[in-house]
Ligand binder design. Structure first.
Ligand code: ATP
Length: 395
C-alpha cells in the first residue's frame, strides 16, 4: 500500500476505511466523512476498536497497526525546518553517522548552570523474562522528548507500559528487565546528576500521625544540603507548601484509615511537595491524580503545570483518564498501546491526527476518552464473542 508523505505509517487509506467497507465493496468509490459518521456505536461495538489484532471481517482490510510517531513529531524532527542552536549543530557535525532523530532534532541547552533538562529517548526497548518465548517486549521502540517548562502526559490503556516508560526514563527499572535504546539528557548520554530529578510514585507513603507542616519540615531537614541553614530549610519548606496550595492545611494531620485527616488530593500534594523540596529540574509523576475526583485532579495538575512553567522544570507524568480540563493543561501527549507509540506530539494536534486517520473526536466528547477508547483493544475478544452471539441470534 502506498502511503502519502505526510501521514503516519499506520494510517488506513480512505479507500480502505472500515466505514467505507460497510457502505460499499468497490474500491473505486470515493467517500467523504463527516464528524458524525464515525461516532462510537453501541449497536456495532466492533466499529469502535480499529486496532484489533484479529478484527472482525468488515474491518479486516485495515492495515496491521505499525504504530509509530505521528506526523507532528516527524515535522518537528525535520532538521531543515528546525532552527537549531549553534552548539547543537556542532554536535550533529561531530556525529555525521548518527541516523537517529533524537540526536538530530531535539533542542537542548548544553550549559551546566541553571538551565532546564531536555530529555530525549530513542528507539527504547524494554524486555522482561517470559516462560514461553524467553523474553517479552513491554516497550517497543519508543521515541520522544520532553523539554523544560513543559509537561508531557503519558497515556494509554492499563498495562500498555506507562509506568515502565516512566521507570526507564528515571533509571528505576527492575533488575529482571533489559533495556536498549538511547536516553539523552541535554543531548548527551549521561546519568542524571544527583538531586536533578525526583519521582513521585503512585502511592502516598506518608506518616499518618504527622501534620503537613511537620512532614514537610522534617523532609526538608533530611533532604536539603548541610550548606543550607536551618532557617533556610524552614523557609524552603514553607515556600513549597505554598507552591502546592497547602497553606490552609499546614496544621492538619495527614491521617489514615483510622484517623481522618487530609483528603486524597491533599495527600497527593504532600507527596509531591516532599519530592520537589530539592527543586529538581526533572520531575517524574506516576499517576499523580489516581484516586482523585475531577476537581482535585485539576487542582493538582494545574499546580504542577504552573511549577513547570514558572521554574522551567521538565515534567513527565503518566495519567489514566484525565478530564477534558486536565487534558488541556498538558503540552505534549505520548499515547501508548501495547508498549508502542500510537501518537507523540502536541495535545492540540492529537485531534487532527485521529481525524486524519478516520477517528475524529466529536465536539462534546472528552478527547482523552476518545483516544483511549479508540486504541484500547483489551476487550476485543469479548466484543467479538458478543457480536458472534448477536449474529447467531439473527439480530
Ligand atoms: N518487571 C517486570 N516483569 C515482568 N513484567 C512486567 C514488569 N514490569 C512491567 N511488566 C509488565 O509490563 C506491562 C506494562 O506494565 P506497566 O506497569 O508499565 O503498565 P501501565 O500502563 O503503567 O499499567 P497501569 O495503567 O495499569 O498502571 C504489564 O503487562 C506488566 O505486567
Amino acid at each position: 500500500m502506498e502511503l502519502q508523505d505526510n501521514v503516519p505509517r499506520w494510517t488506513p487509506s480512505p479507500n480502505r476505511s472500515p466505514h467505507r467497507r460497510q457502505e460499499s465493496e468497490t474500491d473505486n468509490e470515493s467517500v467523504t466523512y463527516s464528524q458524525d459518521d464515525i461516532p462510537f456505536n453501541n449497536n456495532n461495538p466492533t466499529k469502535n476498536f480499529p486496532f484489533s489484532n484479529s478484527p472482525p471481517p468488515h474491518i479486516a482490510t485495515i492495515e496491521a497497526p505499525s504504530l509509530r510517531v505521528d506526523s507532528e513529531i516527524k515535522r518537528f524532527l525535520e532538521m531543515e525546518k528546525y532552527e537549531a542552536p549553534p552548539i547543537f549543530r556542532e554536535e550533529i557535525k561531530g556525529n555525521s553517522t548518527t541516523t537517529g532523530f533524537a540526536y538530530e532534532v531535539v533542542p537542548f541547552n548544553t550549559g551546566g548552570g541553571n538551565e532546564g533538562i531536555y530529555l530525549t529517548w530513542k528507539d527504547l526497548w524494554v524486555t522482561v523474562p517470559d516462560k514461553k518465548t524467553g523474553r517479552r517486549a513491554i516497550l517497543q521502540g519508543l521515541t520522544g522528548y520532553v523539554q523544560p517548562g513543559q509537561v508531557l502526559a503519558i497515556m494509554g490503556p492499563s498495562g500498555c507500559g506507562k509506568s515502565t516508560l516512566l521507570d526507564t526514563l528515571a533509571g528505576r527499572l527492575d533488575s529482571n528487565t533489559r533495556q536498549t535504546g538511547e536516553i539523552l539528557v541535554n543531548g548527551r548520554r549521561q546519568a542524571l546528576a544527583f538531586g536533578t530529578s525526583a519521582y513521585v510514585t503512585q502511592d502516598d507513603t506518608l506518616m499518618t500521625t504527622l501534620t503537613v507542616r511537620e512532614a514537610i519540615y522534617y523532609s526538608a531537614q533530611l533532604q536539603l544540603p548541610d550548606s543550607m541553614s536551618r532557617s533556610e530549610k524552614k523557609e524552603r519548606a514553607e515556600a513549597t507548601i505554598r507552591e502546592m496550595g497547602l497553606q490552609d492545611a499546614m496544621n492538619t494531620r495527614i491521617g489514615g484509615w483510622s484517623v481522618k485527616g487530609l483528603s486524597g488530593g491533599q495527600k497527593r500534594r504532600v507527596s509531591i511537595c516532599i519530592e520537589i523540596l530539592t527543586r529538581p529540574k526533572l520531575l517524574f509523576l506516576d499517576e499523580p491524580t489516581s484516586g482523585l475526583d475531577s476537581a482535585a485532579s485539576y487542582h493538582v495538575m494545574n499546580r504542577i503545570v504552573q511549577l513547570a512553567k514558572q521554574d522551567g522544570r521538565t515534567v513527565v507524568a503518566s495519567i489514566h483518564q484525565p478530564s477534558s480540563e486536565v487534558f488541556e493543561l498538558f503540552h505534549n501527549l505520548c499515547l501508548l498501546s501495547s508498549g508502542r507509540t500510537v501518537y507523540f506530539g502536541s495535545i492540540s494536534a492529537a485531534n487532527e491526527f485521529f481525524a486524519l486517520n478516520g477517528f475524529p473526536c466529536t465536539t462534546m466528547r472528552n478527547p482523552s476518552d476518545h483516544y483511549l477508547r479508540t486504541i484500547n483493544k483489551d476487550f476485543d475478544a469479548m466484543l467479538a464473542v458478543v457480536v458472534a452471539v448477536l449474529d447467531g441470534c439473527g439480530t
